[in-house]
Design a protein around this ligand. Structure first.
Ligand SMILES: Cc1ncc(COP(=O)(O)O)c(C=O)c1O
Length: 433
């Protein structure tokens, strides 16, 4: 008999944001129109990139040199451009050597935890963005280790919970921050970030800060970069263009390493991550070539601000529709483009329903929900079958809360209002049944 094929950590890999698509596709094939609220892809939700951005990319695509490999850590001029932007904050200092490119942050996330000793843990927020929590848990062959984001306090992190978990768990070597946060839309206040840096300093930890939404803030908020607060603590900022450009199909993101010179062990981790990229040769080149041309263009800032304002406006439309339901805990959002809405304790039961007109879809949903599952997932299946709205249950974000995540991305206002009115009507009928 051969040895086991699969590592223990493999069972930690799950991604409900895409899993739910399988169920929605079955329903779609039965003739139900689907409103996709599961994934953070602005292009899928009718966002059109400005023509000047597409022209920059088209021009690069016409140049023969674009088609070769590039250096393993990424194109030198692009890394210099990015290092300069971070140095302009006048806090930490980095060079192009402190930057490494990846095939999207998905690739960067897979690598950052992989080379840490299996018994060492990086504690992250709950609700958790599953790409981080799954990758970290798979590296440790253990369930994710989390600190609480509190829905009753604007989704801010519970710093006492974080402090105690770090203090009493000597295996913790790092803290993950996602700022602005997916799935809650919360933006970390400056003081909170400073306190997390202080915890890292006290316990000799490193920080990982996923900043893929750093420049997506609205409703008066601004997100502070890790580089602005980290001082002398070692840390990694993760940045990308999937959301801010947005160009998710480019598969392009990068890490910035801060204070490598202050911690030899941390420096070795950064070196291992660079080497992991080297054995793959390099990451996608065309988007790297485009970055200085697009992010360095004065039109980009204006375009980003206008796009953020539109996200803010949609956040208020959604708030007007959903915040009136008394059985929900609803928080205003300030960054990224998601909202996580929580059912108050006891609101969900295992016998609630929404009327489903099509008997074939009704049979299917009844079959799916006959299995043992979290109560919010049961609600999500009914909403999908009855209203065709595809959201993600919050129990699949490593959380004991019951709720669901939506996006703030639908650019067609009539569709946005229709979708969120359907969600509200679905909730009211489900809870009242
Ligand atoms: C917080 C966060 N980090 C990383 C990613 C993945 O980004 P990429 O498209 O660069 O792989 C996402 C995608 O939704 C995200 O929400």
């Amino acid at each position: 008999m051969r040895q086991h094929l699969l590592s223990d950590g493999a069972s930690e890999l799950s991604y409900e944001i895409r899993e739910i698509v399988k169920k929605a596709t079955v329903i779609k094939n039965l003739g139900q129109e689907i409103f996709w609220e599961n994934i953070g892809d602005p292009i899928q939700k009718h966002h059109v990139l400005p023509e000047w951005i597409r022209a920059v990319i088209a021009d690069l695509a016409l140049q023969n040199d674009t088609y070769s490999y590039c250096p393993s850590k990424g194109i030198l001029e692009t890394r210099e451009f990015l290092a300069e932007r971070t140095n302009a904050l006048n806090k930490v200092r980095i060079t192009q050597d402190d930057i490494c490119f990846f095939n999207g942050l998905g690739d960067a996330i897979a690598k950052v935890y992989q080379y840490i000793t299996p018994t060492s843990r990086v504690i992250g927020p709950s609700p958790a963005y599953s790409t981080h929590s799954s990758a970290e848990a798979a590296h440790a062959s253990h369930e994710p280790l989390t600190y609480t984001l509190d829905p009753n306090n604007k989704w801010y992190p519970d710093l006492d919970d974080l402090y105690n978990k770090v203090k009493y768990n000597p295996n913790v070597v790092g803290i993950l921050i996602i700022n602005p946060d997916n799935p809650t839309g919360m933006v970390y206040p400056l003081d909170t970030l400073k306190r997390i840096v202080a915890i890292a300093r006290e316990f000799n930890l490193f920080l990982v800060c996923d900043e893929i939404y750093l420049n997506i803030t609205y409703n008066g908020a601004r997100a502070y970069a890790l580089a602005e607060v980290i001082e002398d603590v070692p840390g990694i900022a993760m940045r990308g263009i999937s959301k801010e450009l947005p160009w998710p199909g480019a598969r392009c993101g990068w890490m910035e390493y801060y204070n490598r010179d202050k911690d030899a062990d941390f420096n070795r981790l950064c070196q291992a991550i660079d080497n992991a990229k080297m054995i793959e040769v390099c990451s996608t080149k065309l988007p790297q070539l485009a970055i200085p041309k697009i992010l360095g263009d004065p039109r980009f800032k204006i375009y980003r601000e206008e796009t953020n304002q539109k996200i803010g406006k949609r956040s208020r439309i959604i708030s007007d529709i959903l915040s009136t339901v008394p059985e929900l805990t609803f928080n205003e959002t300030f960054g990224a483009f998601y909202n996580t809405i929580i059912f108050r304790m006891g609101a969900l039961r295992s016998n609630q329903k929404i009327k489903i007109q099509d008997s074939r879809i009704k049979t299917l949903v009844e079959e799916w929900t006959s299995m043992e599952m979290p109560l919010d997932k049961r609600f999500v299946y009914y909403l999908l079958g009855a209203k065709g709205v595809c959201v993600v249950p919050i129990s699949s974000f490593c959380s004991e809360l019951q709720g669901f995540r939506v996006t703030l991305l639908e650019e067609d206002e009539a569709t946005l209002i229709k979708t969120f009115t359907s969600i509200r009507d679905g909730i009211v009928e489900y809870l009242g049944s």
